[in-house]
Design a protein around this ligand. Structure first.
Ligand code: DGJ
Length: 538
């Protein structure tokens, strides 16, 4: 066969194109958070990314063989990201000897299944306990001191252990360095969770010698300075406590915050925050991708210690923020039934909503619309996802619909013209204003049969045009002031987004929308529809 020859100009062109490609790959920054318009978004390979995720059970990802069949099932369910635990004990089984074969294997499996990963660093703490620390850490209670409760050491590493903090940070830095080597150009790994549900369990604070000495000392100047500088935006309950104790600018913990368990909680929040921020900072120094902590939520009247005392619960989140800025997001593990109230508490200035763990199935299928639509959430991730991995799971239907409209939803999160909602018989209506219209959203009620539940989101697509997605709801439009012309439905079209392109299906101007009286989404299946409005006489 004659060999092909190229002229010099063509070779030069090849060379330039190749170098440009390499340069471009190098220039794409690692996953990061960016404020885009009304929303803070996760940017991956230069574009906003919405995490339609799920977290596998704690032990699943400790075995590649166990995980292998799970990835494709989760992909079929519509997940684009799997929250995947990684334990310190498996990464550093002997001090200074790292084994990254599991990390590499999980990344390869994720890529083969077209999935992304959020890794969970289960290290010094998991659900407040220290069960995932390596044995060489667990055994050496002199070097790696324990929390003391009621005069006894417990199986919780003390956050005041300097050597423990350094060892954890060292291991995490090694892990992040490795992830950068194997994934720094591909970005399969999007984010890191640092530790898991930290906080002291069993008592409201650590009573180890180091903890007692710190507790009887002064509140660190850094924390006092932060409280003063951020007084206007502090969590109201923290501010009330500070005010009630004389609004001091220095003093011991009990002088500044009073002699109650609330002070123990604030003290522990500072200790865990300092430690966790230091671990995160060491990791970020190697590879700077977004990092978050997940929070075990307290019951309204539960005392600290019965939930992990010192976790980044909203009333001490400011204490965590005062300790550093290496943790980007404080994320709820939201299993409580009052999903909307808890979402509101975590979605505050400087803290985008990131649903680290939550319920899946029917509850998750509905709540994901509120989290991502109403609260411009970055992530949704039901726990134990492989137990429900089936493409007939209700969450799968929501994820498929949201996957279709992902780029649109991200654009509208940023523009601030999207609303999401969850309705049931106890909360059957909600009103929104968009594009000069009031949208009266209620449980679907065609032919006198009210749906039991409904959920969805609505985006403003143009002056008189909206897109809706979900099921079990209906919408009536009015315009203010009252003297405005009446609003009618010009047309409703169902359809699908395929490769980001609207592919229209049936026109639904008959029974499906009560002959133009309402825009209706029946309860028997999720759908996407676009509606155009028109005006007629008063
Ligand atoms: C929250 C924890 O973060 C998870 O690791 C797991 O233990 C779940 N609770 C179990 O419900």
């Amino acid at each position: 066969m004659p060999s092909r020859t190229y002229s010099l100009p063509i070779l030069l062109l090849f060379l330039i194109a190749f170098q440009l490609g390499t340069l471009q790959a190098q220039q794409v920054s690692p996953p990061h958070l960016e404020k885009r318009g009304a929303a803070t978004q996760l940017i991956v390979n230069g574009k906003p990314f919405l995490i339609l995720g799920g977290e596998v059970h704690n032990s699943s990802s400790s075995s590649l063989a166990y995980m292998k069949p799970i990835w494709p099932k989760l992909h079929a369910m519509g997940l684009n990201t799997v929250f995947t635990p990684l334990s310190w004990e498996q990464i550093e089984p002997r001090e200074g000897q790292f084994d990254f074969s599991l990390v590499d294997g999980l990344i390869q499996q994720a890529r083969a299944a077209h999935e992304h990963i959020v890794f969970l660093w289960l290290a010094s703490w998991k659900n407040g306990m220290s069960s995932y620390a390596p044995v060489w850490v667990k055994e050496n209670t002199e070097r790696f001191p324990r929390v003391v409760e009621f005069g006894r050491k417990v199986e919780i590493l003390s956050p005041l252990g300097q050597a423990t903090e350094e060892a954890d940070a060292h291991a995490f830095a090694a892990l992040m360095n490795h992830i950068k080597q194997v994934d720094g150009h591909e970005h399969t790994v999007l984010m890191m969770q640092v530790e898991n549900e930290v906080g002291v369990r069993g008592d409201s604070r650590d009573h180890s010698p180091a903890a007692n000495a710190a507790f009887h000392g002064e509140v660190p100047a850094r924390l006092m300075a932060y409280l003063q500088a951020h007084r206007a935006t502090l969590n109201h309950s923290l501010r009330e406590l500070w005010d009630a104790n004389g609004d001091k600018t220095s003093g011991t913990w009990t002088q500044v915050f009073g002699n109650t368990q609330r002070t123990d909680e604030i003290f522990m929040a500072w200790q865990y925050a300092r430690y966790t921020q230091a671990v995160a900072a060491a990791g970020k120094a190697e590879y700077n991708i977004p990092m978050y902590v997940n929070v075990w939520l307290r019951g309204e009247t539960t005392p600290p210690g019965q939930y992990p005392s010192g976790c980044a619960e909203p009333r001490v989140m400011d204490v965590w923020k005062a300790a550093g800025s290496s943790i980007d997001i404080y994320a709820p593990d939201l299993y409580a039934p009052n999903f909307i109230q808890w979402s509101r508490r975590f979605h505050r200035r400087g803290n985008p909503l990131f649903m680290a763990e939550t319920r899946g199935r029917a509850a998750g299928a509905a709540n994901v619309f509120y989290a991502l639509g109403e609260k411009a959430g970055i992530s949704f991730s039901p726990f134990g996802i492989e137990s429900e991995a089936s493409d007939t799971d209700p969450l799968a239907a929501s994820y498929h619909i949201l996957g279709e409209i992902e780029p649109l939803l991200l654009a509208h999160q940023s523009a601030g013209d999207v609303h999401g909602f969850v309705l049931d018989r106890g909360h059957s209506t909600v009103d929104f204003t968009m594009n000069g219209y009031t949208l009266h959203v209620s449980l679907e009620n065609s032919f006198g049969r009210q749906a039991k539940a409904g959920f969805g989101l609505i985006m403003a697509m143009g002056k008189n045009e909206f897109l809706g997605a979900g099921k079990g709801f209906m919408v009536r439009f009015t315009q203010r002031p009252e003297s405005s012309p009446q609003v009618g439905i010009a047309k409703v079209i169902e359809g699908k987004y395929e490769n980001d392109k609207w592919n229209p299906g049936r026109r639904l101007n008959g029974d499906e929308d009560d002959q133009g009286a309402h825009w209706q989404f029946p309860p028997n299946g999720e759908r996407i529809e676009r509606i155009t409005l028109y005006h007629y006489g008063k």
